[in-house]
Design a protein around this ligand. Structure first.
Ligand code: NAD
Ligand code: UD1
Length: 332
């Protein structure tokens, strides 16, 4: 069975391609390489010892998508392609609305033209806004605090409308919590070129001497040690969730959303201390002001994904810290 993976050379996409190939699926990738490199395809092939069909192109381009569907008998699509930097989306909202919405609508139109009505969509815990209580369940109210999050919520709504209009669609919306870690091989992972916004890529740059000191954004939150608490999930666990979601949408036609998180919350200081311990490294951190828009704590109730998808995360925080470091050390 052939799966089209948009954004398949990106961080989560590449790990998902590995899991798809390891589970006997054929993989076709479309990526415009705006935030990834062509050599990721070779690395996916090296890890799995299987071939991938790669198209360099943009999901906003109907012609290339049509060509892909003509040339390949696609059974389902996993849609990762999109921009994801929250801060940039506040500064340049039109860039985010254009790319994230246009790529999704164009993809859905072409899928509809070819009668391929099965899709897994990458959403985010950001659609829960500032939740009133924890852990977060899928039926909590949805709201957003930045344009990036709004694009995710808008696409979720588009998908729900699409299903309402045509019950042949089968749609899994996956709401990721905080993916970190990397494949054990050290061949694929996340290593942004510029100064990272997210915690783990920042820690790794400090631990490898590329940046001076980790800035801890506030220690006066209402959490165990005052620093922000999040549900970090190993990217390989997350990737495996997509295989379960594909199995689900192949079996049944509906639209549904699933939290992909571990259900455990770790504070910034717990992450820093675990990272130092398991990797036997030392580095500096300092407490600075809160980052505007951040919330105290955010973690999933993952029981619906367990019940409906038969999926739960297996890796712990120590593996996540080890694998993140291993990848960047090998790819400095
Ligand atoms: P990523 O940037 O590593 O991967 C996205 C890929 O999509 C990149 O390879 C990029 O080149 C490609 N791309 C972007 N726009 C495109 C377009 N118009 N046409 C073709 N390719 C395009 O990001 P990621 O971390 O792997 O995230 C994948 C998806 O998951 C994104 O939709 C993101 O919003 C969502 N998500 C990510 C996180 C996270 O923390 N990483 C959390 C929640 C949701
Ligand atoms: C970020 C995104 C969110 C997305 C999520 C997925 C922002 C504002 N939000 O969430 O939309 O769904 O990633 O992974 O970018 N921290 C520091 N120092 C740093 C960086 C972060 O102390 O240098 C703290 C933050 O205050 C937070 C925690 O570490 O408490 C995690 O931050 P981050 O990795 O940026 O993720 P989120 O903000 O949870």
């Amino acid at each position: 069975m052939k799966i089209l993976v948009t954004g398949g050379t990106g961080y989560i996409g590449s790990h998902t391609c590995v899991e798809l190939l390891d589970n006997g699926y054929e993989v076709v990738i479309i990526d415009n390489l705006s935030n990834s490199k062509r050599d990721v395809v070779d690395k996916i092939e090296k890890i799995t010892n299987k071939k991938v069909t790669f198209y360099e192109g943009d999901c906003c381009d109907k012609n290339i998508l049509t060509k892909i569907f003509k040339e390949n008998e696609i059974s389902a699509v996993i849609h990762f392609a999109g921009y994801k930097a929250v801060g940039e989306s506040v500064l340049n909202p039109l860039k985010y609305y254009r790319n994230n919405l246009d790529s999704s609508i164009t993809l859905l139109e072409v899928m509809n033209d070819f009668g391929v009505k099965k899709i897994v969509f990458s959403s985010s815990a950001t659609v829960y806004g500032k939740p009133d209580k924890l852990p977060i369940k899928e039926d909590f109210p949805l709201s957003t605090t930045n344009p990036y999050g709004t694009t995710k919520l808008m696409i979720e709504n588009i998908l729900r409308d699409l299903y309402k209009s045509d019950n042949e669609w089968s749609i899994a919306i996956l709401r990721y919590f905080n993916p970190i870690g990397a494949h054990k091989s050290g061949l694929i992972g996340e290593n942004p070129n510029d100064i990272p916004n997210n915690l783990m890529p920042y820690i790794v740059k400090v631990a490898t001497g590329q940046l001076e000191c980790v800035n801890v954004f506030g220690n006066d939150y209402d959490t165990k040690d005052g620093t922000g608490v999040r549900d970090y999930i190993h990217v390989v666990d997350l990737a495996k969730g997509h295989i379960k979601a594909i199995e689900k949408i192949i079996k049944s036609s509906k639209v549904d959303a699933y939290n992909l998180g571990t259900g455990n919350g770790y504070s910034v200081l717990e992450i820093i201390n675990t990272f130092k311990k398991v990797n036997n490294v030392d580095f500096k951190y300092k407490i600075v002001d809160r980052r505007p828009g951040d919330i105290d704590a955010c973690y999933a109730d993952p029981s619906y994904a367990k019940k409906e998808l038969d999926w739960s995360a297996l890796y712990g925080i120590e593996d996540m810290c080890k694998d993140s470091y291993n990848f960047v050390q090998k790819n400095k």
